[in-house]
Design a protein around this ligand. Structure first.
Ligand SMILES: N[C@@H](CCC(=O)N[C@@H](CS)C(=O)NCC(=O)O)C(=O)O
Length: 243
């Protein structure tokens, strides 16, 4: 199956989709895990979108969405925020190929999304938070430091003080995924779908903004990540990373 790349707008059916994505100091570096879920979902459906770079402190730019986080998807008159809600919107508006494979698949994908957000985000944050601080626009740095130090209850430096221990914790947390991928190439079976993108978004978060390698090359999760890096014409493989 050939699926056009999200950023290859010329190859896409005419749509009015616009996706607001978190960008680093280099606006080509789009590192948000939740935005990556949607980039992969759009590619899965062969949809193009105008990708708008957005910075943490540009709350006014997305105020029209009624909240302050990205991704935000605009489809004509429709404005949708929150990656899970955007995935559901895309599934309804552009049913084929499916992101979920029906109601049961949607329910399981919701669990995988919650696991990624609830377990993997904090585990990876312990590895890459200082790299995020270094890779974002200068105007975002104070906001990022203050908001995250409040969230973590300690300085960014203290939070990321033991990266080796954080990597061990992450690799342990990936156990259920590792066991699954010993039996099948993707979380969703023979081919990737939204549950894969929920977890892969986490991997792209680190890959785009940090030089730290999260995975051991012998890990089945490493090979799975590699398959997704190549998917949809290498969209993720070719994505700009912080220098
Ligand atoms: N549950 C939301 C989370 C979105 C989210 O946390 N987005 C981050 C970027 S990864 C953001 O916009 N942060 C802005 C801020 O912290 O002010 C989703 O799945 O879309």
């Amino acid at each position: 199956m050939t699926i056009a790349r999200t950023d290859d707008i010329a190859a896409q059916p005419a749509t009015t989709l616009k996706l607001y994505e978190l960008a680093g100091a280099d606006e080509a570096v789009r590192f948000s895990p939740h935005c990556w879920k949607i980039r992969m979902a759009l590619a899965h459906k062969g949809l193009g979108a105008e990708r708008v770079a957005w910075r943490f402190t540009e709350k006014d730019v997305i105020a029209f969405s009624g909240q302050g986080l990205v991704p935000v998807l605009v489809d004509g008159e429709a404005v949708v925020s929150d990656s899970w809600r955007i995935a559901e919107y895309l599934e309804e508006r552009f049913p084929h190929p499916s992101l979920f494979g029906g109601d049961t698949g949607r329910a399981v994908a919701r669990f995988v999304n919650s696991w990624a957000d609830g377990t993997l985000v904090p585990a990876i944050a312990k590895v890459i938070t200082l790299d995020i601080h270094g890779g974002i626009a200068a105007k975002d740095r104070d906001y990022f430091r203050l908001s995250r130090e409040k969230r973590f209850g300690m300085s960014l430096e203290a939070f990321t003080a033991d990266i080796a221990a954080a990597l061990r914790g992450l690799r342990q947390a990936l156990g259920p995924l590792r066991f699954t991928l010993r039996q099948q190439p993707f979380i969703c079976g023979a081919a990737p779908a939204y549950a894969d993108y929920c977890v892969f978004g986490m991997m792209m978060w680190a890959r785009c903004i940090s030089p730290v390698e999260l995975l051991d090359p012998d890990d089945p999760v490493f090979s799975w990540r590699d398959r997704l890096l190549q998917a949809h014409g290498g969209l993720a493989r070719d994505a700009p990373r912080v220098k």
